[in-house]
Design a protein around this ligand. Structure first.
Ligand code: BGC
Length: 345
């Protein structure tokens, strides 16, 4: 069942709508047409009580003021960093907004997270769409994108990300939801355990962009093939951990097609989150630089009070030919899926 309610307006006066998706079991999700933001996900803990496990805000103004945290947002055209905010495609160099100098991050000064999208409701699915004009933030091609959210009866949230462009361009969309499986206001996520189906990660250079090296995780704090508490690794004495200020890295996923990439679990609540995706990479960001802010219902957010698991193409792929391509050719279809499946133990 999907219901809607007004969610205020943006600073320039555009109305924002909140969509509530609820299943027969009583689990529910809220998404906004502003930035396709996932603002709440309420799922049962092991005692059967619903907990909202997704960080978010109560007003559009707070999303706008805190946009650099990308809470719950759909990031695009290209998630993550592009070194020196430039790339070459079909022999031509494109210069992008350098919103994290000298790099481009999460789509630029005004990425997809900062627009009110068009919407439609198709059965149990909310569909958001927008047309990103040729040249937006420096990217070539008029790109039509569509993002849909469906809550299934077994407490899985399915995101389908689609796009089509009239010229060769770059597309790499992901959801930037932060999770705290004890409840969004429950404090640090250090005791959460995480497993990732990967034996390698893309090594970061001094500029926080992958330098092209695919490094083995074996014998490092990045080996999460067996679930480990986040706090066991995020302050480890390892040069890559120091570079990221904790976990802020892209793992090279082993599976192909729609595959299970990671499982996050909170021992206290018993809630588990299993992430499946068609994407080749998983950026895990343990909120190392989340500012001290007031979140929904006056909850206190601070560094490391949520973890983002961003299924995506590899960061800086446009400048590293050995990485899987994030180019979308004119007339071809972009199609990716991310499934956040909730359970408890
Ligand atoms: C990046 C972080 C960045 C954060 C917020 C994450 O996806 O990996 O480095 O600080 O987004 O902008």
């Amino acid at each position: 069942m999907i219901t809607t309610r007004p969610f205020g307006t943006t600073a320039d006066g555009t109305s924002v709508t909140c969509f509530r998706l609820e299943n027969a079991a009583g689990a529910w999700v809220e998404v906004l047409d502003y930035g396709c933001i996932l603002r709440a996900v309420a799922v049962p803990d092991r005692a059967g009580a619903l907990r909202d496990v997704c960080l978010g805000f109560d007003t559009v103004a707070e999303y706008q003021e805190n946009h650099q945290g990308y809470l719950g947002a759909m990031v695009g055209r290209c998630a993550n960093r592009i070194r020196d905010a430039r790339f070459t495609l079909d022999g031509r160099e494109y210069v992008l907004a350098a919103n994290e100098r000298p790099n481009h991050l999460h789509g630029g000064d005004r990425g997809f997270d900062q627009y009110v999208w068009d919407h439609s409701i198709e059965g149990d699915t909310v569909v958001f769409s927008r047309t990103s004009p040729d040249g937006e933030e420096g990217y070539p091609g008029t790109l039509k994108v569509r993002v849909s959210y469906t809550l299934t009866e077994d407490n899985a949230l399915r995101l389908v990300l689609e796009g089509e462009s009239d010229a060769d361009t770059v597309v790499n969309l992901t959801s930037h939801a932060y999770w705290n499986l004890n409840g969004h206001g429950a404090g640090g996520v250090g005791s959460h355990t995480l497993s990732i189906d990967a034996i390698a990660l893309t090594e970061l250079g001094a500029d926080n962009c992958p330098n092209g090296t695919i490094a083995s995780v074996v014998g490092t704090p990045f080996d999460l093939r067996t679930a480990c508490p986040l706090e066991a690794g995020w302050d480890a004495d390892h040069p890559q951990i120091r570079q990221g200020g904790g976990y802020d890295h892209n793992w090279v996923l082993r599976g192909s097609g729609l595959h299970r990439a990671a499982v996050l679990a909170a021992p206290e609540s018993g809630i588990t989150l299993s992430l499946s995706t068609t994407q080749p990479g998983l950026q895990v960001y343990t909120g190392n630089f989340l500012p001290e802010t007031a979140g929904k219902g006056g909850a206190r957010y601070a560094p490391r009070c949520g973890v983002a698991m961003e299924a995506q193409g590899f960061p800086n792929a446009m400048n590293l030919p050995g990485f899987p391509s994030v180019v979308l050719r004119a007339g071809e279809r972009y199609h990716q899926e991310i499934i956040f499946a909730f359970g408890h133990n």
